[in-house]
Design a protein around this ligand. Structure first.
Ligand code: NAP
Length: 276
C-alpha cells in the first residue's frame, strides 16, 4: 500500500501541482485570508514557488529576500496573479534584519502562522579533504545559523499563532542514512559542507520539534528533490514548482500534521518519509 503523503491520521491537504491556481479574491478565503506566512529566500527558485503556492491557497505571504529589488519583483509577480504578498527585507545571516522583521510582524499582525526556512546556498569543494574552512563557514552561516537566527527571532510570534507550522527546506544530501547507503541515488557524492549543513538542519528540526511537542506548533523538514534552479545551473529533473509542493503541503497541514519528520514527494526518493 502506498504511504500517505503526510500521516496516517487523516487525508492529505490537496495542493495544486504544476501551475498554482489562485483564488479570485484571497480576502474571501475565510481563515486562510488571515494566515500570515513568511518564506525566506523567496525571491527565486523553490522559495519563490513556495511563496506563490501559499499565496495561491489564500495566505498573505511575506516574501523574504536580502535584495529589495529582487524581493519586490517576486512579490509583484504574486500580486499580479491575484495573490496577497509583500516583500520583507531578510538576510538570514544578519540578525539585525531578523529582529527588525520580527518587530514589524509583531506590530502589524501580532503573530506568524507559517515560517518556511528555505534560504540556502550550495558549495562543493570536491573531495572532503579539500573542503575549505571558508566554504564551511559560508554554507553553515546561511543553511544552519540563518535558520536558528530567523526561527528564534520569530518564535514568540509563532507561539502567538493558533497552530503555527515551521518547514525547514533540507536535502537528501543531509541524510546520513541515505548518504551511506550504497544503493542510494546520490551514493557517488561526498555530502561535503552542504550535506553537513543539511544534516545539522535536520537535527535542529528534531530539536525544535521536541521543544514544541506540547504546543500546537509543528516543525518538519522537507527535501524538494533535485530541482532545476540557479543553485545547480538548472540541471535537476524536477521543477521548482515540483520542489515547492511538499513544503506548501506541510505548511498548510491541519491538526493531524506530523511533528519532527523529514518528508519528500520526489518520486525518485525511496519513500515519502526520509531517514535522518
Ligand atoms: N535545487 C535543488 O535541487 C535543491 C535540492 C535540495 C534542497 N534544496 C534547497 O532548497 C532551498 C532553495 O534552493 P533553490 O534550489 O531554490 O536555490 P536558489 O534558486 O539558488 O535560491 C536560493 C535562495 O536563497 C536565498 N539566499 C541565499 N543566501 C541568503 C541569505 N543570506 N539571506 C536570505 N536569502 C538568501 C537566495 O537569495 P539571492 O537571490 O539574494 O541569492 C535565493 O532566494 C535551499 O535551502 C536548498 O538547499 C535545493
Amino acid at each position: 500500500m502506498p504511504e500517505p503523503a503526510i500521516s496516517n491520521q487523516g487525508p492529505p491537504i490537496p495542493v495544486s501541482r504544476g501551475l498554482w491556481s489562485f483564488p479570485r479574491n484571497p480576502n474571501t478565503m475565510g481563515r486562510m485570508a488571515t494566515t500570515i506566512a513568511l518564506v525566506t529566500g523567496a525571491n527565486k527558485g523553490i522559495g519563490f514557488e513556495i511563496a506563490r503556492g501559499l499565496a495561491a491557497k489564500g495566505a498573505h505571504v511575506l516574501v523574504g529576500a536580502r535584495d529589495a529589488d529582487r524581493g519586490r519583483a517576486a512579490a509583484a509577480t504574486i500580486t499580479s496573479e491575484g495573490g496577497s504578498a509583500e516583500f520583507v527585507e531578510l538576510d538570514v545571516t544578519r540578525p539585525d534584519t531578523a529582529a527588525a522583521l520580527a518587530e514589524d510582524v509583531d506590530r502589524r499582525f501580532g503573530r506568524l502562522d507559517i515560517l518556511v526556512n528555505n534560504a540556502g546556498v550550495f558549495a562543493d569543494d570536491g573531495d572532503t579533504t579539500d573542503i575549505r574552512l571558508s566554504t564551511m563557514e559560508h554554507v553553515f552561516a546561511v543553511n544552519v545559523f540563518g535558520v536558528v537566527t530567523v526561527t528564534n527571532a520569530l518564535a514568540p510570534l509563532l507561539r502567538a499563532a493558533d497552530a503555527a507550522r515551521i518547514v525547514n527546506v533540507s536535502s537528501e544530501l543531509g541524510s546520513a542514512t541515505h548518504m551511506s547507503d550504497p544503493t542510494s541515488l546520490y551514493t557517488a557524492m561526498q555530502p561535503g559542507a552542504y550535506g553537513a549543513s543539511k544534516a545539522a538542519l535536520n537535527l535542529l528540526t528534531v530539536s525544535y520539534a521536541k521543544q514544541f511537542q506540547d504546543t500546537p506548533i509543528r516543525v518538519n523538514a522537507i527535501s524538494p528533490g533535485y530541482c532545476a534552479t540557479d543553485m545547480n545551473g538548472h540541471v535537476g529533473p524536477r521543477s521548482a514548482v515540483d520542489g515547492a509542493g511538499i513544503a506548501v503541503e506541510l505548511a498548510l497541514a491541519g491538526a493531524d500534521a506530523p511533528q519532527g519528520t523529514f518528508r519528500t514527494d520526489d518520486p525518485l526518493a525511496a519513500g515519502t518519509v526520509l531517514p535522518w
